[in-house]
Ligand binder design. Structure first.
Ligand SMILES: Cc1cc2nc3c(=O)[nH]c(=O)nc-3n(C[C@H](O)[C@H](O)[C@H](O)COP(=O)(O)OP(=O)(O)OC[C@H]3O[C@@H](n4cnc5c(N)ncnc54)[C@H](O)[C@@H]3O)c2cc1C
Length: 319
């Protein structure tokens, strides 16, 4: 009997990460699904590791609705008959996976970082983060299939140039939703994607006023980088639409320069894959110093202007 791993995310980058892990996890077949207009991309998913791609093009899937997407995802899982379902823990992924797990009565775990499948018993053992990443639990899931959500950035995409996936149009019932979206406010655009920036200037609560971001912006510009932030700077001060960390983006730039960041585990999860971390903090005992490659014990309001002056004087700019 063939073992099957089914992965799903509505976000292309997260789907590529899940496919990357799936293609290396020893299952005989890697299956995924794309809904609505995204179905047009189905054939390309072979190049990211998919063997089979189910497509559902019901008009109810043209825009996201948790009810129609639950119908579609539960429907294709039923058709595919996988042993394990991995869903990207995006906001929508969490919403839909919970409803799918309930509808199909699946054992479901969250923040999965690793898993094994026992072919004989057809059961999954999953390792998951707990306490916002400060610990791990190992679960034995006895339903078939099992379901696990995976935080964006947990796994790496793998490329399979030239590989084509079998595309299977799936006839699943998508019911008229009882929930209607009245208004949809898109996130503010921040310009270049943070994920593509080679240098990140990462600002924390040590930056006191919004206008002081100009310093960080100038430094980032000199280094061909982008400015990002910790969660409170986004969620409490609303200076940026997104943040780095466990519950935010996870980046792996060449250089991450943190300004006024204390170094909480929840934040470090978002930057720990940086090639080089340089931390600026005025508190000698700040936890970030134990985690950074280089630490600058200084007041950022003195250090950053001096650094900018020095870079300009030496015309050191990073391309
Ligand atoms: C469930 C959960 C999930 C979370 N997820 C995330 C997440 O994804 N991302 C995230 O970032 N946080 C997350 N948090 C919050 C996290 O625990 C921390 O509270 C947060 O990361 C702290 O942000 P900070 O470092 O900017 O601020 P603070 O902890 O307040 O640190 C500010 C630092 O700036 C320094 N400083 C102050 N003034 C100056 C100056 N003039 N010059 C130099 N240094 C200065 C201080 O010494 C201090 O170390 C989460 C928390 C929970 C409970």
């Amino acid at each position: 009997m063939m073992s099957k791993l089914f992965v799903y995310s509505e976000e292309t980058g997260v789907l590529q990460e899940l496919l990357g892990k799936a293609s290396q996890s020893g299952f005989d077949q890697v299956v995924t699904a794309v809904f609505g207009s995204a179905a047009a991309t189905a054939a390309t998913l072979g190049e990211w590791g998919a063997d089979v791609v189910y497509t559902v093009t019901d008009p109810g899937l043209e825009t996201y609705n948790p009810e129609t997407y639950t119908d579609a995802l539960a429907g294709v899982i039923g058709l595919a008959g996988p042993d394990l379902v991995l869903v990207g823990a995006t906001k929508r992924g969490l919403e839909v996976s919970g409803q799918v797990a309930e509808r199909l009565e699946l054992g479901a775990v969250s923040w999965c970082v690793d898993f094994t499948f026992d072919m004989a018993s057809k059961t999954v053992t999953a390792v998951c983060l707990i306490y916002t990443g400060m610990g791990q639990n190992t679960y034995h899931i006895t339903t078939h299939p099992a379901l696990a959500t995976v935080a964006p950035g947990t796994f790496q995409p793998q490329a399979f140039p030239g590989k084509t996936a079998e595309v299977v149009p799936a006839a699943v019932t998508v019911n008229a939703p009882r929930l209607h979206v009245l208004e949809n406010n898109e996130k503010r655009e921040t310009g270049r994607r943070l994920q593509d920036a080679p240098v990140i200037v990462d600002v924390g609560q040590g930056v006191k006023a919004r206008e002081d971001l100009a310093l960080a912006e100038e430094l980032a510009q000199l280094l061909s980088g982008q400015v990002a932030c910790s969660r409170p700077v986004s969620s409490e001060r609303d200076w940026f639409p997104e943040w780095l960390g466990l519950s935010g983006l996870k980046l792996s730039p060449d250089l991450c320069l943190t300004l006024g960041i204390s170094g909480s585990i929840q934040h470090m999860i978002g930057i720990r894959d940086s090639k080089l971390i340089v931390a600026v903090n005025k508190d000698e005992g700040a936890g970030i110093f134990a985690q950074a490659d280089y630490g600058v014990h200084a007041d950022l309001y003195q250090f950053v202007p001096a650094l900018i002056t020095a870079i300009k004087a030496r015309s050191i700019t990073k391309n």
